[in-house]
Design a protein around this ligand. Structure first.
Ligand code: HEM
Length: 132
């Protein structure tokens, strides 16, 4: 009989990214390490920093022992949905054509308006000074 594994998307896993609620994704599996953070010999910060992405490389780079790997399995809550995107891609803000045009118009008007304004004040001051 096939085992029923709960599947999570990276987006879902990435929402658990605090010291009270921390999930890490290692080698396609999702681990809820919330209760282990305080005891983790590598510290809680590294674990929180490893959320929201595939942390396999970080995990392997730390050179975890066989017993660490066995302990790790006790925190496994499921697997990463293979159909979901492997990483969170921040939505790009594409400025609309109207906004681009507005910005450009603002830029082009600021300099001449400032120059004309300063010139008018200067000429007025000069005129007043000469009339004295
Ligand atoms: C379920 C996940 C994890 C478990 C159960 C776990 C467990 C452990 C254990 C037992 C050790 C002590 C050394 C050993 O026996 O290998 C350790 C050390 C360490 N872990 Fe983890 N770990 C996990 C995830 C991570 C992740 C995701 C990172 C990095 C992003 C990380 C970084 C480290 C580091 C840097 C050390 C070395 C600490 C030192 O020796 O100064 N661990 N971990």
């Amino acid at each position: 009989m096939p085992t029923l594994t709960k599947l999570y998307t990276m987006r879902e896993a990435s929402q658990h990214n605090t010291k009270d609620d921390c999930w890490v994704v290692i080698d396609g599996k999702v681990y809820d390490v919330s209760t282990y953070l305080d005891e983790h010999p590598g510290g809680d910060d590294v674990m929180v920093a490893a959320t929201g992405k595939d942390a396999t490389d970080e995990f392997e780079d730390a050179g975890h022992s066989k017993s660490a790997r066995e302990l790790m399995e006790t925190f496994c809550i499921g697997e990463l949905d293979p159909a979901s995107p492997p990483a969170i891609i921040p939505e790009l803000e594409i400025p609309s054509k109207k906004k681009q045009l507005e910005d450009l118009t603002k830029q082009y008007w600021t300099v001449p308006v400032t120059v004309v304004g300063v010139s008018v004040v200067f000429i007025a001051a000069l005129y007043c000074w000469r009339r004295k």
